[in-house]
Design a protein around this ligand. Sequence first.
Ligand SMILES: CC(C)(COP(=O)(O)OP(=O)(O)OC[C@H]1O[C@@H](n2cnc3c(N)ncnc32)[C@H](O)[C@@H]1OP(=O)(O)O)[C@@H](O)C(=O)NCCC(=O)NCCS
Length: 233
Amino acid sequence: MSGRTVGCPRASLQTNYVAWLEGVRVHEQCRGLGIAGKLNHSLVEWARRKGARVARLSTGSSNLASREHLEKIGFPLMQIFQRLESVRGLRVKPAGVTTSRGSAKTLWNWLTTVPNFIENHAMYSEGWTWYPLTLQTLRKLMSQGRVFTIIRDKKLKACCIFLDEDSALTMGFVAGERGDVVKLARMLRFLMFRKMREKLRVLLPSRSLFVQALVRLGFEKTATILVYEKFLG
Ligand SMILES: CC(C)(COP(=O)(O)OP(=O)(O)OC[C@H]1O[C@@H](n2cnc3c(N)ncnc32)[C@H](O)[C@@H]1OP(=O)(O)O)[C@@H](O)C(=O)NCCC(=O)NCCS
């Protein structure tokens, strides 16, 4: 195999201080030799040279080889996320849910005070990738119509960030009280019906109380995803 490519990974800067590592693949005949560790090391060095302060990645909890590899190189686990899915759309739009068009700063000030923001480590997901949730990204997501909010008595009560792709909708971040979070999930099931999407995925911190609430709504637990973070100091 000398001189031939036996493995490849990918890295990108999500912001000037966060690098995201993904897609490591090692040729089947060359596994178990620590090549993934070497690839990871070179990505971390690349991220450091680029000025990143942290490097993050994700892997499925069922991917034992990947978890072994990360364990061996001491890449710290940051948070475990539960993925839930529903294929049942709703015909009736729940009341009181609006696409957030107001001031991003006002929403940001509320968001940074709610426990869900901390539980998600100030990140939102698009399925397998987690991105830093900053005021800047929030403003961009709002301008793309990807943020729903619930406001009652002129007060912000809940919000979610979602991604609309051809076949699926993904709720990659949600905050608020349980009842309002359930309403936001129902709103996305209504959108799923109206846009004829095949399914709705929701990513939640695995210990979130919302997991049980969505299971009671008929959502199925479909995967557990581990997100790792290494400080580059
Ligand atoms: C995950 C992967 C990148 C690990 O690469 P690697 O270079 O074999 O990593 P390591 O040599 O550190 O081995 C890691 C673990 O893989 C397992 N492993 C060892 N030999 C193996 C083999 N021949 N085939 C499969 N897995 C093997 C072992 O559990 C090993 O841990 P151990 O050394 O503590 O026993 C590789 O298995 C792979 O390309 N898998 C398919 C793509 C994938 O899942 N990528 C990760 C996406 S998040």
